[in-house]
Design a protein around this ligand. Structure first.
Ligand code: AMP
Ligand code: MG
Length: 501
């Protein structure tokens, strides 16, 4: 008998019975492998020779359940645009199982688009090729930018249409995550008053993500703090690359601190704090600049589910003490987020530690300049690195008047000079800045171009070319120039994204 393709060790299936529905993927007529992530397969210790072929196509399309997999649909709830939905769950996804990667970390392997489940409600459980390839492009870009994210291991075509506004080619994505535990997983059991299950879930979570907290007296409060700190750092990283998630419902907020669910997300072009791309986000709840506030709001929902665990006993005074402790954590979120944001911004400016107030003002004034003159966010920062290296022309050409940023540039330079003898030379600063200010991001028009070629013409070449560029975001070679250029302002003004349903 051949060796198993995955060495599964399925703690979720084993330890959390009652938290999911065991289920099987739907069979599809004609599996084909459209994308396979060699690098990630290696990281996961998988046998690429087997998976990057017909057997892989069958597995990743859902036709062949690999040995050791125990497919299941996870239960979760969630606040969607602020309104509570007590039952969401994996309506078109199945956790196949968990593997231990080469670094010893446990990773979930999940199919998305693998057919209906007991949580599907009115949905068909399927996915179209466009949104699944979109998730590959954006999640791989995020990974290359050093931002915690779920990853894409494979996309398989199914050979059957899925019916949206029009029939589209169907596909299944294989997603890899540190776990699929969400704020919404806790809300599901909390809303049903199942405190024992919330405790079981929290214990499982701590063992999986924060094992150093095991047995410390206040582990549930500490868990809340860890999740809040991970989210504070994550959202800071989003903000510093101009990423707009688009649908930060509590079912899309992970406990691990990874970005998840690439539905209507987009990167902004010209700096605009109010930027919203999602077609259903009418009120701008998930606008770019609202993301830290919304993350904090979501963490308050998590805190509510943990209160009975944080309280030492079921008495009024113990519960009100727990509320006070949890509130302190939620109230500390803006401070943690601001610190992570400024740390990243200082690196982007090529500066070392200094006075927070002065550096905060320096960044704020830089962003005001970008906003006022509608400068491309990504290129603004990138060309600032060139300016550090002595070439200010490309930066100046981003502004309507070449002198628009002069006063600010003088301030920035003297702030750099004030670091004294220990500070790096400007040429060295420029190099460092080029390692944190990307040249290539998934620009909306390039993503759409790649997806329509794949979906409408079965041409995957633009997808693969763009993917390669996104995997090297700091590399600004001539043959990638097309991917650094912004879309026209008109194209961006009309750009709308949709949930991947
Ligand atoms: P999302 O907007 O992708 O975060 O999904 C929200 C909820 O809708 C989750 O419970 C999904 O499983 C479910 N869902 C999304 N698309 C489909 C679909 N095509 N069929 C069934 N359920 C779906
Ligand atoms: Mg979701």
């Amino acid at each position: 008998m051949s060796a198993p393709t995955f060495r599964f060790d399925n703690t979720y299936a084993r330890d959390l019975q009652g938290f999911y529905a065991p289920w099987k993927p739907a069979a599809v007529p004609s599996p084909s492998l459209l994308f396979f992530n060699q690098e990630l397969a290696l990281e996961l210790g998988l046998d690429s020779k087997v998976l990057d072929g017909p057997e892989g196509a069958a597995i990743f399309a859902g036709n062949l359940v690999p040995e050791g997999a125990e497919p299941l649909a996870q239960a979760y709830a969630g606040h969607q645009f602020g309104a509570f939905s007590p039952q969401l769950g994996d309506g078109r996804a199945l956790l196949l199982g968990e593997v231990i990667d080469q670094r010893g970390c446990r990773r979930d392997i999940m199919l998305k688009g693998s057919g209906r489940t007991p949580f599907s409600r009115g949905g068909d459980g399927k996915a179209a090729i466009g949104p699944m390839l979109r998730e590959v492009l954006i999640s791989e870009a995020m990974h290359a930018l050093g931002i915690p994210t779920t990853r894409a291991l494979a996309v398989a075509g199914t050979g059957e249409p899925v019916y949206r506004q029009q029939p589209l080619p169907g596909a299944v994505l294989t997603r890899v995550a540190a776990s699929h535990l969400r704020v919404g997983t806790f809300e599901f059991f909390s809303a049903r008053g199942e405190t024992q299950r919330v405790r079981q879930l929290a214990d499982y979570t701590i063992a999986r993500h924060d094992p150093d907290l095991l047995g410390t007296g206040d582990q549930y409060l500490a868990l809340l703090q860890r999740v809040a700190q991970r989210q504070a750092a994550l959202i800071a990283q989003w903000m510093n690359v101009g990423f707009i998630h688009g649908v930060m419902n509590t079912d899309n907020v992970t406990i691990s601190g990874e970005t998840i669910d690439y539905g209507p997300c987009a990167f902004m072009e010209a700096y605009e704090p109010d930027a919203v791309f999602s077609s259903i986000d009418h009120g701008g709840r998930y606008a770019y600049s609202n993301q830290p506030l919304i993350a904090r709001w979501s963490l308050a929902r998590l805190a509510e589910t943990l209160l009975p665990l944080i309280a030492e006993e079921d008495s009024k005074s113990a519960v009100s003490k727990a509320v006070g402790q949890a509130t302190e954590v939620i109230d500390a979120f803006p401070k943690w987020h601001a610190a992570a944001l400024l740390k990243g911004q200082r690196e982007k400016l090529g500066l070392q530690g200094g006075d927070d107030g002065l550096d905060g003002a320096l960044v704020a004034d830089w962003l005001t300049l970008l906003h006022e003159h509608k400068v491309d966010f990504t290129l603004g920062w990138r060309r600032l690195a060139d300016a550090a290296g002595g070439n200010e022309t490309p930066l100046r050409s981003l502004f309507p008047h070449p002198q628009a940023a002069d006063a600010w540039l003088t301030r920035w330079r003297s702030r750099g000079e004030s670091e004294g003898g220990q500070a790096p030379e400007w040429s060295e600063r420029a190099e460092r800045m080029r390692r944190v200010n990307p040249a290539v991001i998934p620009r909306n028009h390039r993503v759409e171009e790649a997806l329509s070629a794949a979906s409408e013409k079965e041409d995957l070449a633009p997808f693969h070319r763009l993917l390669t560029a996104l995997q090297h975001p700091y590399d600004e070679s001539q043959d990638r120039a097309e991917y650094t250029e912004p879309a026209s302002a008109e194209a961006t003004a009309c750009y709308r994204t949709f949930c991947g349903t």
